[in-house]
Design a protein around this ligand. Structure first.
Ligand code: SR1
Ligand code: MG
Length: 397
């Protein structure tokens, strides 16, 4: 096996002149991977630093679960594509080694993972508004730029073919869009939440919505998505030189644009469920309000790009309005599925899991109720305040 470790990283870099000159004399190598899937090394030297990310052939948190290493190639492709369109909102890709499945990426150690920051907060913060807005811009920029409107017909078809990611899409199809709504070994909840899960999964309208959302996810190749845009996939640096970067795009593929938006909205809901459980109602209200912030930035950015679209002959402004409405409707449904799976399924979130037991049970119950209202929502949009309007009551706000 060609897996890197702290001892072998210096030799690996020494054999690659471009990387070696960026780093200089290596002073420190640290393994910092804490996600479900990969090895991550921060390499610091006399001339600079970088990150090496290498895929394991299995799920890091469950080595009995094999996982294609080709996901690294897909991440490299998504990152390069997004970097070409919106470089300020992704980490820089320096190099990709397709033989050993290693990405060399810009070191963002002066940033923090947004989920960690959100979970530490006790009060509402304008910094989170800034992050939510930047992510709306990112989703719109790459959503438009990789679509048929940004690329034209032939280039879009080539990109759809180039970006296929069947194994990781199947994980999302299973973990996000199926398992939370059926009996599955991956589903584990506190005994006090078993009835809450049954209430959600037993609602035929929930299963119906999940089925349609899964079908759309599998068939609607609209834009090259990040594919896993939760708050743990976002680096933030606040202060005088703010910077917001979406990283870890190995689940990227061509899918419905509302998916990335919905993932993010769901993680605002989960953060709000935590805040409610901690008695921070006004902070929870702000977290739900981030849904509008992201939407407004998304819509503004997408509208700004629309006049540059390829082939506007029948894609007139009424098409733009219908398209935005579709993105919004999809996002509401995907948000519901993501909330549900983060409470029920294989990949849970610290927002809920690190709460003391009584608060955890309460937050999970409220989040599941919010998931149900999102999944069964029948209103039409775009309605910018919808995330607050749909989820405040089930969350107990
Ligand atoms: C087996 S992978 C589990 C989850 O981790 C990733 O971050 C994705 O969210 C995936 O669903
Ligand atoms: Mg990830």
């Amino acid at each position: 096996m060609d897996l890197l470790d702290v001892e072998s990283v210096p030799g690996y870099i020494a054999a690659l002149p471009d990387l070696a000159s960026r780093v200089g004399t290596i002073e420190q190598v640290r393994e910092v991977g804490d996600g479900n899937l990969n090895l991550v090394f921060i390499v610091r030297g006399s001339a600079g630093s970088l990150v090496l990310k290498q895929s394991l052939p299995y799920v890091r948190t469950d080595p009995s679960w094999p996982m294609t290493r080709e996901r690294s190639s897909r991440e490299a492709y998504v990152l390069a594509s997004h970097q070409a369109i919106d470089p300020s909102h992704v980490p820089g890709l320096i190099f990709y080694d397709e033989t050993r499945y290693v990405l060399a990426i810009e070191d963002l150690s002066d940033h923090r993972v947004w989920r960690t920051v959100l979970n530490e907060r006790t009060e509402a913060s304008d910094d989170d508004v800034l992050a939510a807005s930047a992510l709306g811009e990112y989703i719109a920029n790459v959503g438009f730029g990789t679509s048929v409107f940004g690329l034209g017909s032939a280039a879009h078809k080539q990109a759809v073919a180039r970006a296929i990611n069947p194994e990781l899409c199947e994980i999302t199809e299973d973990l996000v869009l199926t398992e939370p709504f059926v009996d599955h070994d991956h589903n584990v909840v506190h005994p006090a939440n078993v009835a809450d899960v049954a209430e959600l999964a037993g609602d035929p309208a929930v299963r119906h919505a999940a089925g349609l959302a899964k079908f759309a996810f599998m068939t609607r190749a609209e834009s090259l998505l990040h594919g896993d845009l939760h708050t743990g996939s976002v680096f933030v640096r606040f202060g005088d030189a703010p910077s917001i970067r979406a990283f870890d795009s190995e689940f990227g593929f061509y899918g419905p644009l509302g998916f990335d938006l919905g993932m993010l909205w769901a993680n605002y809901v989960l953060a709000a469920a935590r805040a409610v459980a901690q008695g921070q109602s006004s902070r929870a209200a702000q977290l739900l309000g981030l849904g509008r912030v992201t939407w407004d930035a998304f819509e503004r950015t997408y509208r700004d790009r629309w006049p540059s679209r390829f082939d506007p002959r029948v894609a007139g402004d009424t098409v733009l309005e219908s398209l935005l409405a579709q993105v919004w409707t999809d996002a509401v449904t995907y948000a519901g599925a993501e909330v549900a799976r983060r409470v029920i399924g294989f990949a849970k979130v610290a927002d809920i899991e690190t709460l003391p037991e009584a608060e955890r049970v309460q937050a999970a119950r409220r989040a599941l109720r919010a998931a149900r209202t999102l999944l069964t929502y029948r209103g039409t949009g775009p309605s910018p305040d919808a995330l607050s309007e749909i989820t405040a009551e089930p969350l107990g706000l």
